[in-house]
Design a protein around this ligand. Structure first.
Ligand code: NAP
Ligand code: MG
Length: 401
């Protein structure tokens, strides 16, 4: 049998540490034997970002706008320790932040549910999909370390020169201030992608902010969602038998714990970052969560929701065995390949993506898994595999399907 042919390249964004090791194994064992893989390769590994003054990150996002579908490996967001470790010229910004600022849109994260890994919240019967706004707020902030006494002000200067001015605080001593923003345009596209995704997947949509405390900032999110819902989606939701529901973020958190799942929870950027880690961990493992950025211009970027698994990488460097879960990274590839197949009308590519996902799930359900899952599974007779052998086991399951 010949390999599956592709017509348009995927934008391939390579990354760092343990996930970079998994990236190559996945390509070698699970993709290249079956697909004549066409990608436009961007190396977002920290060393190459540093060499290119981070231009490679921007270029990869621009390529995504051009081709429409990207697949991204986890990347290091540098901090002080990484500055020394990698001898960086600058503390480069979070690649995800840079990419999301260019693509805009919403990140949808859904747990990958397998038999034998039950969520630790007993009443969660169905997956909870997190919709994270991917633009602005603290991810595009400006901060100042206030050195001493003085007045901090928030000033907006309109194009005609008129000013709006508010006092933030009269400092009597050192402190800190932070300026964050969002745009009505981005909030609108966030709202629309959430409503569309809810209709597509026939699930209720929950949205929550802290509008009681943030009476202008968060309240604007609430108002824009409500307006768009009433103007464009109310009837469609009613026809589909689904609900849009707004509540305070603290109330949402309390209700989520009592809910059965099977809905979408829309969150502002920071809430989505934190809550998706909580939801994915509660469903089993950070490595069992898919993540896709859907931009208002209709481009898609698929990735794993977890980081570069640094602790495992250091073990790997010391020559020790690792048992790192590659499921989320595999699903990033299958998501991207399926979407490419859909857009280019290549049914074999879509079928391949389905098959690889099925093989991955079957492998785990047959008792072969990585250590993170073995620790929490209710299955008996489990075989714990190392990083490489887990991927090889999936390749073997592929042959049986
Ligand atoms: P992490 O890489 O998500 O790992 C945190 C811990 O979660 C690991 O130490 C491991 O626990 C467990 N874990 C996560 N993924 C796993 C997997 N695939 N298989 C098995 N266990 C897994 O987060 P981090 O250690 O806080 O961050 C490391 C680097 O990743 C940082 O430089 C950060 O900037 C970056 N990061 C990138 C992204 C992204 O690119 N999307 C997202 C988050 C963080 P045990 O050690 O207990 O086994
Ligand atoms: Mg996070």
């Amino acid at each position: 049998m010949g390999k599956i042919q592709m017509t348009t390249p995927l934008v391939e964004m390579d990354g760092d540490e343990m996930t970079r090791i998994l990236w190559k194994m996945i390509k070698d064992e699970l993709l290249l034997p079956y697909i004549d893989l066409k990608t436009e390769y961007y190396d977002l590994g920290l060393e190459h970002r540093n060499e290119t003054d981070d231009k490679v990150t921007t270029e990869s996002a621009e390529a995504t706008l051009k081709y429409g579908v990207a697949v991204k490996c986890a990347t290091i967001t540098p901090n002080a320790a990484r500055m020394t470790e990698y001898n960086l010229k600058e503390m480069w910004k979070s690649p995800n932040g840079t990419i999301r600022a260019i693509l805009d849109g919403t990140v949808f994260r859904t747990p990958i549910v397998v038999k034998g890994i039950e969520p630790c919240v007993k009443n969660w019967e169905k997956p909870i999909t997190l919709a994270r706004h991917a633009y602005g707020d603290v991810y595009k902030n400006v901060e100042i370390k206030v050195p001493g006494a003085g007045k901090a002000e928030l000033v907006f200067t309109a194009e005609d020169g008129t000013e709006i001015r508010e006092t933030i605080h009269n400092f009597t001593d050192a402190g800190i201030i932070q300026g964050v923003h969002n745009t009505n345009k981005s909030i609108t596209s966030f709202a629309k992608s959430c409503f569309n995704y809810a209709l597509d997947t026939k699930q209720d949509l929950w949205f929550a902010t802290k509008d009681t405390i943030s009476k202008k900032y968060d309240h604007t999110f609430k108002d824009i969602f409500q307006q768009i819902y009433e103007d464009e989606y109310k009837e469609k939701f009613e026809a589909a038998g689904i609900e849009y529901f707004y509540t305070l973020i603290d109330d949402a958190v309390a209700r989520i714990m009592k809910a059965k799942g099977g809905f979408i929870w829309a969150c502002k950027n920071y809430d989505g970052d934190v809550m998706s880690d909580m939801v994915s961990s509660a469903f089993g493992s950070l490595a069992m969560m898919t993540s896709v950025l859907v931009s208002p211009s209709g481009v898609f970027e698929y990735e794993a929701a977890h980081g570069t698994v640094q602790r495992h990488y250091y073990k790997h460097l010391k020559g020790e065995e690792t048992s790192t879960n590659s499921v989320a990274t595999i699903f990033a590839w299958t998501g991207a390949l399926r979407k490419r197949g859909e857009l280019d009308n290549i049914p074999e590519l879509m079928a391949f993506a389905d098959k690889l996902e099925k093989a991955t799930i079957q492998t785990i359900e047959s008792g072969k898994m990585t250590k993170d899952l073995a620790l929490i599974t209710s299955l008996k007779d489990v075989t714990v595999l190392n990083s490489q052998n887990f991927i090889k086991a999936i390749a073997e399951t592929m042959e049986t399907l």
